[in-house]
Ligand binder design. Structure first.
Ligand code: SF4
Length: 98
């Protein structure tokens, strides 16, 4: 006699909930020299403000509407960090928040 036990496979697809989050801060934003380095390296996170021609966080990632503070996930950390490292006046800071 042959007994077979079938165990159903359960596949969990987790989208984003378990990803680490990071706060991106441009400070002091007034010190931005408008060379667009961060924008060219990481345009998903950084853009130029058309009014003062200084870098700001793209609307999609802004925290509380603040143009100088954003929240990103792991998928954008590398490009945001590259942009921070390349900023000639070193005003971009990234902090892990969860
Ligand atoms: S890299 Fe730095 S100085 Fe250049 S636009 Fe971005 S924030 Fe401004």
């Amino acid at each position: 006699m042959c007994n077979k036990i079938f165990i159903p496979q359960v596949v969990y697809i987790i989208r984003g909930e378990n990803m680490a989050k990071y706060r991106v801060i441009i400070e002091p934003r007034e010190s931005c020299i408008s060379d667009m380095v961060c924008v060219s390296i990481c345009p998903d996170v950084f853009e130029m403000n058309p009014d003062d021609n200084k870098s700001q966080i793209t609307e999609k990632y802004r925290e509380g509407g603040n143009i100088a503070v954003g929240i990103i996930s792991d998928d954008l950390l590398s490009c945001a960090q590259d942009a921070a490292n390349a900023c000639p006046v070193q005003i971009i800071r990234i902090e892990k928040i969860g």
